[in-house]
Design a protein around this ligand. Sequence first.
Ligand SMILES: [Zn+2]
Length: 202
Amino acid sequence: MVAKPLAETPMPVARPSRAEAEAAVRTLLRWAGDDPAREGLLDTPARVVRSYEEFFAGYAVDPVAVLERTFAETEGYDEIVLLKDIRLESYCEHHMVPIIGRAHVAYLPSNRVVGISKLARVVQAYAKRLQIQEKLTAQIANTIEAVLQPRGVGVVIESEHQCMTTRGVHQHGASMVTSRMLGVFRDDANTRRELMALIGKS
Ligand SMILES: [Zn+2]
């Protein structure tokens, strides 16, 4: 199966200034019912904006560039490469609250492999943006497919959405699992079963 074109999340065209962003936080503090001028909240807008720089650092990372340095000397290794239990911190694009969980990323190399930490960096590049889990899962898999051109890619994400656990239906402990299987992981049930067994799900 041919990967779809990469669905990049574009940077906003005109980025507001830091002062404008801090003023927006003061507005939200007033909206919540508090007084942004009281001592405990004076530095909060600046802190929130700095936190946003970390939460949304992924917009400044090009996931394709992360994967571009590959190694061809693999001694013919052609079995599954799996990085399990990658810590996932993302942000729900509907409520702007955290999605916390784990990602498992696997591929079946054709002739090139990539440094294993790069798989985690691709997860971070897409996670540190406003996301829905389905899109996040697909973006990670599609990018690995497009850049490494392996025989297969499998991405499984399990996470807890704070928009569901701390508000709305308050479903604490409910986790959402998404997966995207490409190539042999999609076409061959045995290979997919092997991957799910390695991840610890059968
Ligand atoms: Zn949400």
